[in-house]
Design a binder for this molecule. Structure first.
Ligand code: ZN
Length: 250
């Protein structure tokens, strides 16, 4: 079951297509029999504790371990996390870029549905196909109205920068820490760009390029893909599924 699940996911999410910052797929091998799966944005200590309590056989996340450039030793918090997973025989599977870009289950695809946009298009950004998305809002909005709209949809008030005084119809978005695609979004002709985080420089980019910017939360923009994937797998493989929305204000 364990091998079947990981090879199914490898195909489904087209993992071979990506040159990612972390390994996609099985990161920590656990028990072979998988009946109960948990999903979460990040494989944090809190998430692992909840997965243990729920008696999960596998944990699927967007942010796993072994990131490029990370110290190649197992000490401190990394040891603590791995120790808990190994002791409880929990499989850890992680999908990063494949889960941002997937046309139906990915974070950006889920945001398209959440924001109710049409004329959706996917674009190449940062050497990755289909990472930056754009589309048209159902209604034209002012900067303030779009702030309220995003607050209602994502459950938090975005940190926003008004780039001009024009109305917003076409938006571009990329989940997570993708604020630096603001120039690409501007080149696409978007009126506003939405991502998860903001840098000091983003403020000037929004003002000087003349594009509205919304920092909607890294966690808040990435809780949808992994959840959709969990629900999909639960029905396909007849598994029990629990999404753990371990709060993270960033
Ligand atoms: Zn992320």
């Amino acid at each position: 079951m364990q091998k079947e699940l990981s090879s199914y996911l490898h195909q489904l999410l087209s993992c071979d297509r990506y040159n990612d910052y972390a390994p996609n797929g099985m990161q920590v091998e656990g028990k072979d029999e998988i009946r109960r799966i948990c999903t979460a944005v990040t494989a944090s200590d809190d998430v692992i504790n909840q997965a243990i309590t729920w008696k999960a056989d596998a944990l699927l996340v967007h942010h796993g371990y072994f990131w490029r450039g990370e110290a190649p030793v197992i000490t401190g918090m990394k040891r603590q996390r791995l120790n808990k997973l190994l002791r409880h025989d929990i499989n850890l599977l992680a999908y990063h870029l494949p889960l941002d870009c997937h046309p139906e289950l990915g974070n950006n695809a889920c945001l398209a549905k959440l924001f109710d946009v049409d004329s959706v298009q996917m674009h190449r950004a940062g050497n990755t196909d289909n990472l930056l998305w754009s589309g048209r809002l159902a209604q034209t909005m002012t900067h303030t109205v779009l702030t309220d709209f995003l607050n209602k949809k994502l459950g938090r008030i975005p940190l926003s920068v008004a780039g001009n005084d024009k109305l917003i119809s076409r938006i571009a978005w990329c989940s997570g820490g993708a604020q630096d695609f603001i120039e690409e979004a501007n080149r696409l002709g978007a009126d506003a760009y939405l991502s998860g985080e903001i840098s000091e420089r983003t403020y000037y980019q929004a003002k000087e390029l003349g594009i509205h910017y919304y920092s909607c939360g890294h966690h808040a923009t990435e809780r949808y893909g992994i959840q959709a994937l969990g629900e999909y797998l639960a029905s396909y493989f007849k598994l029990e599924h629990l999404f753990i929305d371990s709060n993270n204000p960033v």
